[in-house]
Design a protein around this ligand. Structure first.
Ligand code: A2P
Length: 319
């Protein structure tokens, strides 16, 4: 069993450089994959209020802790503030709700899920729509949301705070106006969209990049060939893997760690969950890194098309 090495965040906390992705792992699937992951060396789990699986993830984490197999402080749990909760009056309550769902008394890392607010309604709707059926945007400034996130650190509800799906300009704006720096920006990151420029930008500011969809969602590509082609399906990646006795997915994840990202591979399959963390016993050569770089097209699996008209839409610049 291998543990992922950790990286020191800008606030002194330590975060394992690879974690389990759990988007779409709901109900028993979320619980089982988290349990399998913790049994196999994962100490970093990524969830979100929007994923509607905090309960199951928290149940698996708590079982490991109450059974004495792991200490709470050995597990790094990430969750996210959803877009409908951006108004500062909702932030603390949303965080407390996530804590309750998870059954935890603190969150290791709490992220603003995207810079784009949505209208808050009662009863709560995760994706509120206007009368024309479009998403109902709110224009809450993410800086105001950030200030409310900082208070959560003061209250001891969260150890670290960060952002997700922010572009470089939005990160710079937070940095110019914050009291507590974000420790990470979680973005889509895979060979097709390797985020090298954003990684460099954030690294210069001591902010890590955590990456979702690192395998470019191979099942989605099977159903829709207009999506970016996953590098794991390319014979060149298979060939690199053969040299190290590794699978294409392991080569991709190793590549992402080597270029400075912390990937969140999602899997619900025991052998793939195990395989995805076994990437810390080999190293790609310069030439192999160049081969992997060649898959970058900048194409996204998650283009946020329904939010393109939002005031804080983030994908209208290169990075
Ligand atoms: P499964 O859950 O059946 O393992 P991403 O992390 O880019 O979002 O991709 C997640 C998808 O990739 C999941 O559908 C998952 O399917 C699949 N997957 C996860 N690990 C591997 C792997 N090692 N090899 C091939 N496919 C994988």
């Amino acid at each position: 069993m291998s543990l992922a090495p950790t990286i020191k965040l800008n606030n002194g906390q330590h975060m394992p450089v690879l974690g389990l992705g759990t988007y779409l792992s709901t109900n028993d699937e979320g619980y089982n994959s988290t349990k399998i992951a913790l049994d196999n060396g994962y100490r970093h789990i990524d969830t979100a209020y929007f994923y509607q699986n905090e309960n199951e993830i928290g149940r698996a984490v708590n079982e490991k802790v109450t059974s004495g197999e792991l200490k709470r402080e050995e597990i790094f749990v990430v969750t996210k503030l959803w877009n409908i909760h951006h108004d500062p009056i909702h932030v603390e309550a949303a965080c407390r709700k996530s804590l309750k769902n998870l059954g935890l008394d603190y969150i290791d890392l709490y992220l603003i899920h995207t810079p784009m607010g949505l209208e808050y309604r009662e009863p709560e709707e995760l994706l509120p729509k206007d009368k024309d059926g479009n998403l109902a945007f709110s224009d809450v400034d993410y800086l105001d949301t950030w200030k409310a996130m900082e208070k959560l650190v003061d209250l001891g509800l969260v150890k670290s705070i960060g952002v997700s799906n922010f572009n470089s300009e939005q990160i710079a704006r937070i940095l110019e106006n914050c009291r507590i720096k974000p420790v990470t920006n979680q973005v889509e990151c895979s060979p097709s969209l390797n985020q090298k420029k954003l990684i460099e930008f954030c690294k210069e500011r001591n902010i890590t990049i955590t990456g979702y969809s690192p395998l470019t969602r191979p099942h989605s590509y099977e159903n829709d060939k207009s999506l970016p082609k996953p590098a794991i399906l390319d014979p060149k990646v298979e060939e690199i893997g053969r040299k190290y006795n590794k699978t294409p997915a392991q080569v991709v994840l190793r590549y992402l760690v080597e270029i400075g990202a912390c990937p969140y591979p999602k899997s619900s399959n025991e052998s793939r969950i195990k395989q995805n963390i076994e990437i810390f016993d080999f190293k790609l050569t310069e030439n192999e890194l160049r081969v992997m770089d060649s898959f970058h097209t900048g194409q996204r699996t998650v283009p946020f098309a329904a939010c393109a008209a939002h005031k804080y839409f983030m994908l209208n610049r290169e990075f």
